[in-house]
Every structure is written in C-alpha cells, then in structure tokens.
Write a protein that binds this ligand. Structure first.
Ligand code: OMP
Length: 281
C-alpha cells in the first residue's frame, strides 16, 4: 500500500518530502529566459528541482494553489509536473486540500486520482465529516491514499483544532476517526492509506501526540520556512518511523538567478535529507 511504500523510500533515502510550491517570480532568470509560456517555465524549474532531489527524497508534494494562481497555463504545468514525477516511478502528493459533500467529493476523487491531474495521494480536509472522505475509499483499493488534515502547522490551528471535546481535542478526535475509518478498509499492510497531516509547530504535548498518531503515517509540514524544530519532529516519529517531512520554500525559494541555482538546489537537498534522516535513524 502507498504509505508503506513512502516509509520504505524514507528509510532508503530520507524522510524529505520535496514541496513543489513554485512561484513565478521566484524562478531563476536562467530558466525563464529560455521560454515564452509560463507553463514551460514552471515545468522546467520543477524538472530541475525534481531531478536534483531524486536521490535524496522519499516523495514529492505539489501545491495546486501555485499553479491555479496562473490560470490554465499554470494548470497545464501542474498536470505536466504530476505526470513527470509519476513517470519516474516516484510518489506524488497532490496538495489540493479538498473536502465536500459526497456527490462532489466523488468528482474531486475522480479528478485527482485519474486523468490529467492524477496523483498518488491527495490532501483532504475532514471538516465536513466521513461522507466528505469516504468517496475516496474506492481508489485506495487501487493503491491511492490521502493525508487528512489533523493538526496543521499554522497559528490558526489553535482556533478550532485545539478546542477540547470531553477529554480530547478536536484534532485528536480527527486522528482517532482516521484510525476508525482505516479499520473499515481491508488493509493488509502496516499502514492504512489514510494518513494524517500533523505539524509540530503549535503542538504542546508531543508525547501525547506521538501516542495518538501511533499507527498512522504522517505528513509533517512546517520545517524550514515555518520554524518547526527538528528535535520535535524527531521526538514524534523516531520510534515508529511513521512520517515524511515536507519542505517547500526551504528548498526552492530564494535561489540565485544565475546557473548557480542548480548547485544551490543540490546543496539544499543534501543538507535537508541529512538533517531529516536523523529523525528516523
Ligand atoms: O498540507 C500541507 O502540506 C500543509 C499543512 C500544514 O499544516 N501547513 C502547511 O504549511 N502545509 C503546506 O506546506 C507548504 C508550505 O511549506 P513551507 O514553504 O516549507 O513552509 C504549503 O504547500 C502548505 O499548504
């Protein structure tokens, strides 16, 4: 199953999930000067970032917002980037953060697990409950998966996710629901295809979080630009080796405009994977 495959790649290479949040005005001129269309510039930059990080990364996460913001041209790049990653037999997460009533959730599932925008895993919001998530289940039988937002990395995660319901917080309720839904799937592997997004930035009780997330495979955001600490991430996943760590801006933003950007990407990928491998090994 897909989460076991990510775990395998994380142990083999490192738990670095390369975040492809590519912004037009951050693309080095060295690349943009060679193309006229935005879609070609975005794809060419993504290809460099992918090719350079392949030997170090467990998987890739492509943030749809960056491409949606550029209209049809951007969405062409989104589609090309997903298929390029899949053609390399690497794992790609479509960071689409969907969550809607059953009938439309089914269409989102079709839209992001088949066709032009096919990815291996999508990110989902649990706010609308089980019928916003269950339409994705039939694709899980075909090897797809989802990371459901549990505890997010932003400050606003305190607004709702930390609210107490009896003796648990709302995000703990979500994490426990993920375990419940996972039991309903006929999972033959170590990890269910339903994973969780869990950040450590605003998480105060790491020991408790580690206990609640035991048995769930995690996508951990917030390292790099958002300041999550490596010690906290290590505390969360060292024992169970159950997570990958996304770094987006810390890998692709703010590079040189000259051809030096390739050297910088390589150095960043090497450094990040070295730092992150210490979280599981
Ligand atoms: O789902 C995510 O990936 C995500 C969850 C979360 O809690 N916080 C978070 O920053 N992210 C994503 O991580 C990316 C930002 O990563 P950095 O640039 O490394 O901070 C964006 O694509 C966010 O949508």
């Amino acid at each position: 199953m897909i989460m076991d495959l990510i775990k395998e790649r994380a142990l083999e290479k490192s738990p670095f999930c390369v975040g492809l949040d590519l912004i037009m005005d951050q693309i080095p001129t060295e690349i943009t000067k060679g193309f006229e269309k935005k879609s070609d510039m975005l794809f060419a930059y993504a290809k460099e970032a992918i090719d350079i990080s392949r030997e170090y990364a467990a998987c890739y996460k492509v943030q749809i917002a960056c491409y949606e913001a550029e209209g049809l041209d951007g969405m062409k790049a989104y589609s090309d980037i997903l298929s390029y990653i899949r053609s390399l037999d690497e794992i790609v997460i479509g960071d689409v953060k969907r969550g809607d009533i059953g009938s439309t959730a089914g269409l989102y599932a079709k839209g992001h697990f088949t066709g032009d925008f096919e990815s291996d895993i999508v990110t989902l919001s649990p706010y609308m409950g089980k019928d916003a998530i269950s339409p994705y289940f039939k694709y899980f039988e075909k090897g797809k998966g989802a990371f459901v937002l549990g505890k997010t990395s932003n400050e606003g995660s305190l607004d709702f996710q930390d609210l107490r319901i009896g003796n648990e917080t709302l995000y703990e309720r979500v994490l426990n629901k993920i375990k419940e839904w996972s039991k309903e799937l006929d999972v033959q592997s170590e990890y269910s295809p339903i994973g969780a997004v869990v950040g450590v930035n605003e998480a105060k009780e790491l020991k408790r979080l580690k206990e609640t997330t035991k048995g769930i495979y995690l996508l951990i955001p917030g390292y790099g630009a958002q300041g999550a600490s490596i010690e906290d991430i290590r505390e969360l996943i060292y024992e169970n080796k159950n997570g990958v760590v996304n770094v987006s801006r810390g890998y692709t933003a703010g590079l040189s405009d000259s051809s030096d950007f390739r050297k910088e990407l390589k150095e960043r990928a090497q450094r990040l994977s070295k730092e992150l491998i210490g979280c599981i090994k």
